[in-house]
Ligand binder design. Structure first.
Ligand SMILES: Nc1ncnc2c1ncn2[C@@H]1O[C@H](COP(=O)(O)OP(=O)(O)O)[C@@H](O)[C@H]1O
Ligand SMILES: [Mg+2]
Length: 319
């Protein structure tokens, strides 16, 4: 079986506000995708489109309102807390800010030795050190530079590499990286996403890369999905999606990436808050209000996904 993770019709509704003024926010709606073994799969989309909510559900930090998550063919969206522990070895996370991953008052190496002990991976110190050296080597950090140091003694890029090494300690099959380079210096971003490719190739790791940055997404992804207001609007091989975008929203995004400078991030936050909220609750296609190709049907009905040229597109243009 080449399928690592399967997400089917995932849905998450948050209720916000007080007792008398409750509002629903559909953070994730009908999201389906799978991640294969040794594949880098990317979820890309503007801030607020539901990426982190999906990551939290996959990691068991949030319960889905609906839908199914399967890991290696086994349902994990409804498992008990005590079963989570063994999964934690298999599915590891990397977060946006490495400085908030580590306590500033603790030496970073302590986290490594503690993890090896807690997961029962190393029985004695020499064995543990060997594993730590090996994982640091995989991310390009020397053990001698790493030991006995506090988080503040590293640069952001260096510390993010170290947090990737820490994620590797349990020999996971799947890494979930939520905006892992957005706080890293622009000049170092590519070298870190390069590391993901390296880990995929060397260890057969599957990686869910979450980003709002199309340049790194294009560079690193095998396949990718573009999200808009909680939904996947387009999914397919990364070159196809970004070189011949089919969904009008993907086109808009792609064209808003300033080229040729790949370090420029796409940060267009086009909408006002109320308008945004209205889009989440819209009846038909959520993009219809801004879509240059919108038709009558788009305002009434939500499109299904159409298969076009190896790409899945949620748009009536491809009916
Ligand atoms: N715990 C929560 N309670 C209420 N609303 C939330 C909560 N978490 C996220 N949201 C809302 O869900 C939407 C998706 O958020 P998020 O998944 O963080 O998006 P992204 O990671 O793509 O920026 C946003 O509108 C956000 O405000
Ligand atoms: Mg997020």
């Amino acid at each position: 079986m080449t399928e690592m993770l399967r997400v089917l019709n995932l849905r998450k509704v948050f209720t916000i506000g007080g007792i008398f003024s409750r509002a629903k926010i559909i953070a994730v709606n009908d999201v389906s995708f799978e991640i294969k073994k040794a594949e880098i799969f990317t979820l890309a989309g503007e801030s607020g489109c539901g990426k982190t909510t999906i990551a939290k559900i996959l990691l068991g930090f949030e319960h889905p309102t609906g839908g199914i998550v399967e890991y290696k063919g086994r349902r994990i969206d409804n498992i008990k807390p005590n079963e989570r522990f063994s999964l934690r070895k298999e599915i590891q996370a990397i977060f946006q800010n490495p400085f908030s991953t580590f306590n500033p008052l603790r030496k970073v190496d302590r986290y490594f030795f503690e993890a090896l002990q807690n997961f029962g991976i190393a029985k004695e110190e020499r064995e543990a050190e060997k594993i730590v050296r090996e994982k640091l080597e995989a991310v390009g950090v020397a053990y001698e530079e790493f030991r006995e140091k506090y988080p503040s003694e590293f640069s952001g890029g260096q510390l993010q590499r170290i947090s990737i090494a820490r994620a590797l300690l349990t020999n996971p099959s799947l890494l979930i990286a939520d905006e892992p380079v957005s706080m890293v210096d622009a000049s170092l971003r590519m070298s870190i996403v390069n590391l993901f490719k390296d880990l995929r190739d060397r260890f057969g790791l599957s990686i869910l890369y979450i980003t709002h940055d199309l340049a790194t997404a294009y560079y690193v992804s095998d396949r990718m999905a573009i999200m808009f207001r909680g939904e996947i609007v387009e999914l397919g091989p990364a070159e196809k999606v970004l070189q011949e975008p089919k969904h009008p929203y993907t086109r808009l995004l792609r064209d808003s990436v300033p080229e040729p400078d790949p370090s420029k991030r796409w940060t267009s936050k086009v909408l006002l808050a109320e308008q945004e909220h209205e889009e989440y609750l819209r009846m038909g296609c959520k993009f219809a209000g801004r879509c240059p190709s919108a038709m009558e049907i788009c305002k009434r009905e939500s499109p299904i996904h159409y298969e076009v040229d190896g790409v899945r597109v949620k748009c009536f243009l491809y009916r």
